[in-house]
Design a protein around this ligand. Structure first.
Ligand code: ATP
Ligand code: MG
Length: 212
């Protein structure tokens, strides 16, 4: 049995065509089903539906053989025990620093002020500001980062941006681009050795579909 860990929403939706390319079709839709283990049209393949940030953990411990996770999530997890053979080029966005429209970020940085930064992505934020020599106090949040500067919790946020619509709706502006984000295939290293006969053709089909 091959177990594939996916999160609901964009990752599931954007992974569907890749699964199809490998001859795998889920038999239920995670948006309407309450099941967390979804059968597919292949007896030897099942999907498990987990939080986006939990995908690397399931694969790391071998509870799933493979999974799909954003680079943002992988960077925070650390990637320990994971083989990452393929960038799937899906769920694309950018990790950015954003502040309130009235806030003079450039001056604050130039003056060496200690910035308060709220984010879910503390590892990426720490690395980014350390590499620029900017002193920051990081405040860990689990969502809705856009709110933090509006109510005085922080001066800045580090968050994922795609269209910029959410920033705009909350009177925020992006001031720095940290890194481009997309999702990767993650593979349990032991699974790859033990189940190579089944897994390798699947990985090859994904790679072919991505590069098409
Ligand atoms: P949860 O909803 O469980 O808190 P999440 O918000 O990280 O987790 P999703 O919104 O499904 O879950 O995001 C999954 C992945 O998709 C993220 O890890 C990131 O790599 C990518 N992503 C997040 N936001 C966007 C976006 N606006 N556009 C494109 N890709 C995105
Ligand atoms: Mg989200």
């Amino acid at each position: 049995m091959i177990t594939i860990a996916l999160s609901k929403g964009r990752i599931f939706e954007e992974t569907l065509p890749l699964l199809a390319a490998a001859g795998i079709t889920p038999l239920e839709d995670p948006e309407s089903s309450r099941k967390l283990i979804l059968p597919t049209d292949r007896d030897d393949v099942r999907l498990i539906i987990v939080r986006a940030s939990d995908v690397p953990t399931y694969v790391q411990y071998g509870a799933a053989d493979i999974g799909v996770a954003g680079k943002d999530v992988l960077n925070e997890h650390g990637g320990e025990g994971l083989y990452q053979p393929l960038d799937l080029n899906i769920a694309k966005c950018r990790l950015m620093v954003a502040v309130r429209n009235g806030f003079d970020y450039a001056s604050a940085v130039k003056q060496g002020a200690r910035l308060r930064v709220a984010t879910k992505y503390v590892n990426a934020a720490r690395e980014h500001f350390a590499s620029k020599g900017v002193h920051v106090d990081l405040i860990k949040l689990y969502g809705s980062m856009e709110l933090a500067p509006l109510v005085g919790l922080s001066d800045a946020i580090v968050d994922l941006v795609s269209s910029g619509g959410t920033l705009k709706a909350n009177d925020l502006k992006a001031v720095e681009h940290i890194v481009d984000i997309s999702s990767r295939l993650v593979v349990n290293q032991a699974s790859l050795k033990l189940k190579r006969g089944t897994l390798q053709p699947m990985l090859d089909a994904f790679a072919l579909a991505v590069n098409k």
